[in-house]
Design a protein around this ligand. Structure first.
Ligand code: 5GP
Length: 183
């Protein structure tokens, strides 16, 4: 879906489709280098990371396995609490595997810090994180994120997997949702 279809709902575009795709290729080249000669399991966090896994995996010049988890963070309204419930678990055992978690966005960091600890406790050899976006100003806990697409301000963003009320995930760019859409 193009910007013209949703221009009234978007305050501004913060990452264009072109910049996103360019950055994904750079990240893929880095992942190729860092995991050369090692096995690699891409773990997408549903639903937001679907686009990132699809694009990143196709930019990698190697075999990868893919698995998916869906988690829900308990909290009041839109605020994350760090108490996480697994809605869909991994299909396979990850003992001894090199796991790369793929996320759409790191906001407070609470969800990812829980997820990383959870995967490490299952005996993964190595758990790293790749996120398309990070909001450094919103961080509540220190999470070691190895690969970051873009640092962005603490606005509510949509597109490229990120939704508002389950919509806008299929935008190829990232935009700030216009205030009139939720206030
Ligand atoms: P946290 O890092 O606070 O635990 O939570 C991260 C999750 O909150 C993300 O996976 C995403 O689902 C949601 N989230 C945080 N910021 C935004 C945002 O700006 N837009 C959207 N659509 N979701 C967000």
């Amino acid at each position: 879906m193009d910007l013209s279809a949703v221009s009234k709902d978007i305050e501004r575009v913060i990452v264009s489709e072109e910049d996103l795709q360019k950055r994904i290729k750079e990240l893929a080249a880095q992942v190729d280098k860092d995991y050369a000669g090692k096995d690699l399991l891409l773990l997408g966090v549903l639903k937001g990371a679907v686009m990132a896994v699809a694009d990143l995996s196709r930019a990698l010049q190697r075999h990868v396995e893919m698995d998916w988890m869906a988690v829900s963070s308990y909290g009041s309204g839109t605020k994350s609490s760090g108490v996480v419930r697994i809605l869909k678990d991994l299909d396979r055992d990850i003992t001894g595997r090199n796991v790369l978690i793929i996320e759409d966005i790191v906001d407070t960091g609470l969800t990812l810090s829980w997820l990383k600890a959870n995967l490490e406790s299952r005996g993964a050899a190595n758990v790293e994180i790749l996120t398309i976006l990070r909001k450094p100003e919103a961080a509540k806990v220190e999470v070691n994120v190895k690969y970051i697409g873009f640092d962005i301000p603490s606005d509510f963003v949509i597109g490229y997997g990120l939704d508002f009320d389950e919509k806008y995930r299929n935008l190829p760019f990232i935009g700030v949702l216009a205030k009139h859409m939720y206030s």
